[in-house]
Design a protein around this ligand. Structure first.
Ligand code: TRP
Length: 453
């Protein structure tokens, strides 16, 4: 790897910066919004257990593989996969991983931006004191009136997309490292605070039972598919985001150690979010199965009853918005870095181009909560289809290809060198990536799509 090449491809300033940026990508709406609501829809404890198993057995080796491919190639996912296939003397068709990733990122960001818009809208509502002293019906009404208003949704979707484009246009290093460094600890502090507040409430015990006492009678093939999909989604895995972040990683940092911290941070924040939200649900006699609105209806309720609730609500929704923001940028980064490195398109123009296309697709997601909510396929709205297709199909498929390439196509000497692993640890990774993770994804696919009878 020549010094010249390193100059044209940016790098994080330190190993910590890589961990924080990747954790910034991983920790987002997936942890705070999606995890609690799919856990609620899928019966709680058993889902959490299956999700943790997917994380450990399938997602971890793939995360390590994806970071490794990125750093080995020192390039954007599309050119990077082309380069690695050339070096390994295998088919250039593996570039598909990069192209699929760009497409998946585009699809995810289109609806992600809509939900980030909800979080932004909630900052405004909190500042207006809308939640102070609100009861369950009021809070539900606030959410329902937000999503049933196409104009408001489109406005906040646009703001979210503009924020995303702005950071990506400036390059990942400018400001992002700093934002994650301040945001992450603050988010944890507030969640712990809310958790502490919940401990004394009547809903605490039923919530712990709901989350940690598994009821396997509720588990179906689709439950497992959703749990697996979420393991990918929450770690930003399977579409090149972690690959491109890995490509900016300093050469001397350990990929395995960094991966470990990303997973620990991400999982801790997701579980904490659940332990904050479900006590509120059970204390107020609400149903855990509220779908996508769950977090937006429970948090304001608890905050509205607290002494410092007015301020906490503002800070909390700002943090949720920032968490979403640092994730959203990683969804476009693979595309933007490709356009720059391959065709020399300036970041500003490629960010605008990608932003306009993504925004347009996102309009349909926004409208699927109101004007076109009757248009469904398999009982899912446009938003629901986008969510299912990306998280449960495209990400696991992408992750499977990444693991297969890393284990079977890259020369073993190269992967061992890049990972800095030898002996037993290397073999463990290799077996997990070569056999266990791909087989796991394949089984869950067949089962989830009802093909195993
Ligand atoms: N991981 C983020 C979250 O949990 C979402 C995200 C960002 C993502 N980049 C990604 C998901 C890439 C899949 C792929 O909110």
């Amino acid at each position: 790897m020549s010094a010249q090449h390193l100059e044209s491809h940016p790098q994080w300033s330190t190993r910590l910066a890589f961990i924080l940026a990747s954790a910034g990508s991983a920790v987002g709406l997936g942890n705070i919004w999606k995890f609690p609501y799919i856990m609620g829809d899928n019966g709680g404890g058993a889902f959490v257990l299956i999700y943790l198993a997917c994380l450990l057995i399938v997602a971890t080796p793939i995360l390590i593989s994806e970071v490794m491919l990125g750093r080995r190639s020192r390039s954007n996912p599309i050119s990077g996969m082309a380069k690695l296939s050339r070096q390994a003397g295998v088919s250039p068709a593996w570039q598909l991983i990069g192209w699929m990733g760009v497409l998946t990122g585009f699809l995810i960001l289109s609806y992600y931006s809509v939900v980030m818009g909800w979080a932004l809208a909630y900052v405004e509502k909190a500042a207006n004191g809308a939640f102070v002293g609100a009861d369950a019906d009021t809070v539900e009404g606030i959410f329902t009136s937000l999503v049933s208003n196409p104009g408001t949704l489109l406005f906040w979707h646009t703001v979210a997309m503009l924020m995303t484009i702005t950071v990506v246009a400036r390059g990942v290093r400018g400001g992002l490292e700093l934002a994650t460094r301040i945001m992450m600890p603050l988010l944890i502090v507030i969640l712990v605070l809310l958790f502490g507040y919940n401990i004394g409430t009547s809903g605490f015990a039923p919530a712990m039972e709901f989350m940690f006492a598994p009821d396997f009678s509720r588990v179906t093939g689709e439950t497992v598919l959703v749990a697996l999909g979420h393991a990918f989604f929450t770690l930003s895995l399977g579409m090149g985001a972690i690959m491109v972040y890995g490509s900016y990683m300093p050469a001397n940092a350990s990929i395995v150690t960094a991966g470990f911290w990303i997973i620990v941070l991400d999982t801790a924040i997701a579980l904490l979010a659940g332990m904050v939200i479900f006590p509120i649900v059970f204390s107020n006699g609400m149903s855990p199965e509220q779908g996508a609105g769950l977090v937006f209806q429970t948090l304001p309720l608890a905050l509205g009853a607290m002494e410092w609730g007015y301020w906490l609500a503002i800070v909390l929704f700002i943090l949720v918005s920032i968490a979403a923001w640092t994730s959203a940028i990683s969804l476009v980064e693979p595309a933007v870095s490709y356009l720059y490195e391959r065709f020399g398109v300036r970041r500003l123009y490629s960010a605008i181009g990608a932003g306009v296309a993504t925004w347009t697709l996102g309009v349909f997601s926004a409208l699927s909560f109101n004007l076109i909510d009757e248009v469904t396929l398999f009982g899912k709205t446009f938003f629901g289809i986008m969510e299912f297709l990306t998280a449960n199909i495209l990400l696991p498929a992408g992750g499977m290809l990444i693991a297969l390439f890393a284990a079977w196509r890259l020369r073993r000497a190269d992967s061992a060198e890049e990972l800095g692993l030898g002996g037993g640890a290397y073999h463990l990774w290799w077996w997990l990536a070569a056999v266990v993770a791909p087989a796991g994804v394949a089984l869950v696919f067949l089962n989830g799509l009802g093909l195993l009878g």
